[in-house]
Design a protein around this ligand. Structure first.
Ligand SMILES: *Cc1c(COP(=O)(O)O)cnc(C)c1O
Length: 499
């Protein structure tokens, strides 16, 4: 035995003692971990929402880590918790009016801890029968919420909405051109094209690149006055592309656009898709959660006609990242798209009616993504979620009303809690530079978080989303106050536009 190993064993550690800590050290570590989690919960509403931006300071903190000597595990956990607290934008802050990033559910935090500890491998059913069945059960439960018949659904958990959208583009391609799975795009006689409004999530453009279609295959359909996909324009573009020899295969409608939370006309787009023989994908990454709220559910009418749906549990369902969902009512398409034979995967369950996730999805080694969704929905129940989401929608309405009272003009139209607005009290109040200056002033001040965006490619706005389930009336008051201070600070110094 080498001298190094001997000393480690003498010290009461096995050869693995640094990787799997001995029981007493674990006990101290778990206490420190729980303290860090709870201290964060207690602190997060009282500090800054966004950090100050100082890359050099962070690099200086990390420079001493040369990993030449082991460091005390408890000290490491405390160090990281302290730095995350200081150097992070906090979605868990009640005045983070942010980009769909939530305050994580308590059960989600517990789930991710369990998952790391048990480390189930979900590539195959035989490795993790319980975990694979939990995900199958959940996919079916969610599918029912969207109005799918469960005997005809399939689906998969994904890292997020981007992977789900990528899966949608691939499955739509394989459905339209089955030879693509074997021969790729090279064998096709015409350029396949897909249709989405300019307000659709940009992950579609990435998906077009990843599938080899190229970004020009994504035909951007203009929006109407509501910043929703214009159905007449959709039809015109499909016709023009067909006339030019292209091969339309897919249309994407977004239920809750990322910038403005607009629900595009799902029923009308479904009509066009059916008439034109196109795969309808509904990207409901954030807005899909409205299916759980009785008052909001009617706004999603038509989603049940989608060939596939993207839904992100790590957005409005508030589970920790990443928890994307892809659903389809074509039971065999995932297999047709992804199945491969691998000699090293044992066939212990070949005679059972079960599916190996690696054969029906993009990932191979696969984390138990569904557990944080299962535990969160389990502990809250559908009713608990309906109540929480309804609360957020109500606070969104309140925010909309208060902004209008304060001389901000509301620009978007949605029942969901995203508000886009401009400053009606200042001559430059509808310009990108002025609105960006206000957003930056709010964020740098640290008391709240909002962002600037552009609707329809032409209309600059400020955007505030009630993304945290704890956000309440007093947080709306605080945001209004902060916005007003920033508006005055920026407005006074702002150059008047030439008359
Ligand atoms: C957030 C979002 C996505 C991308 O999802 P990720 O989980 O960030 O990968 C896709 N579509 C819409 C409408 C989104 O809001």
């Amino acid at each position: 035995m080498s001298a190094g190993l001997e000393s480690a064993v003498e010290a009461g550690r096995g050869v693995d003692g640094r990787l799997i800590l001995p029981a007493e050290e674990r006990a101290a570590l778990w206490r420190a971990l729980i303290d860090a989690v709870e201290d964060y919960q207690a602190w997060v509403g009282s500090g800054r929402v966004a950090p100050t931006y100082d890359p050099e300071a962070i690099r200086a903190l990390l420079a001493p880590f040369d990993f030449e000597r082991p460091i005390d595990p408890v000290a490491l956990v405390r160090f990281v918790a302290a730095q995350l607290e200081q150097h992070q934008t906090h979605p868990a802050h009640r005045r983070y009016f942010g980009l769909f990033n939530p305050a994580p559910t308590t059960m989600g935090i517990a789930a991710d801890t369990l998952v790391a500890a048990f480390n189930p491998q979900l590539s195959t059913w035989n490795h993790s029968p319980f975990a694979v069945e939990v995900e199958r059960h959940l996919l079916r439960s969610l599918a029912t919420r969207f109005g799918y018949a469960t005997d005809e659904v399939d689906g998969t958990f994904a890292s997020g909405g981007s992977e789900a959208n990528h899966t949608a583009v691939l499955t739509a391609l394989v459905q339209a051109f089955p030879e693509v799975a074997r021969c790729g795009l090279r064998g096709l006689p015409a350029q396949p094209t897909l249709y989405a409004s300019g307000e659709a999530h940009r992950s579609l453009v990435k998906a077009a690149r990843l599938t080899g279609l190229g970004s020009e295959a994504v035909r951007e359909v203009p929006v109407d006055g509501r910043f929703a996909l214009d159905v007449a324009e959709l039809v015109a573009r499909i016709r023009a592309d067909r006339a030019a020899g292209r091969a339309p295969f897919m249309v994407v409608a977004t239920a809750g656009t990322t910038s403005a939370g607009v629900i595009e006309p799902l029923g009308a787009v479904a009509e066009v898709a059916a008439r034109e023989g196109l795969w309808l994908h509904v990207d409901a990454a954030w807005g899909g959660a409205a299916a759980l709220v009785p008052r909001l559910r009617p706004h999603l009418a038509g989603i049940e006609r989608a060939d596939s749906i993207t839904f992100d549990a790590h957005k409005w369902l508030s589970v920790p990242m990443g928890a994307g969902v892809y659903l389809t009512r074509h039971r065999r398409i995932l297999g047709q798209t992804f199945d491969v034979a691998a000699a090293y995967v044992p066939r212990y369950t070949a005679e059972l009616d079960v599916v190996d996730p690696y054969r029906s999805s993009m990932q191979w080694s696969r984390r138990f993504i569904g557990l944080k969704v299962f535990l969160s929905i389990g502990a809250a129940g559908w009713d608990g979620y309906a109540e929480a989401l309804e609360h957020q929608a109500t606070i969104g309405d309140l925010l909309r009303g208060r902004l209008a009272e304060d001389g901000w003009a509301i620009v978007n139209e949605t029942p969901l809690p995203v508000v886009c607005f401009v400053d009606a009290t200042h001559r430059a109040g509808r310009t990108a530079d002025y609105l960006e200056a206000i957003a930056r002033d709010v964020v740098v001040g640290g008391r709240a978080w909002v962002s600037p965006t552009l609707l329809g490619g032409t209309t600059p706005v400020l955007r505030a989303c009630v993304s945290n389930v704890r956000t309440d009336r007093e947080d709306v008051d605080a945001l209004l106050e902060v916005l007003d201070i920033s508006r005055h600070r920026i407005g006074v110094a702002w150059p008047q536009p030439a008359a």
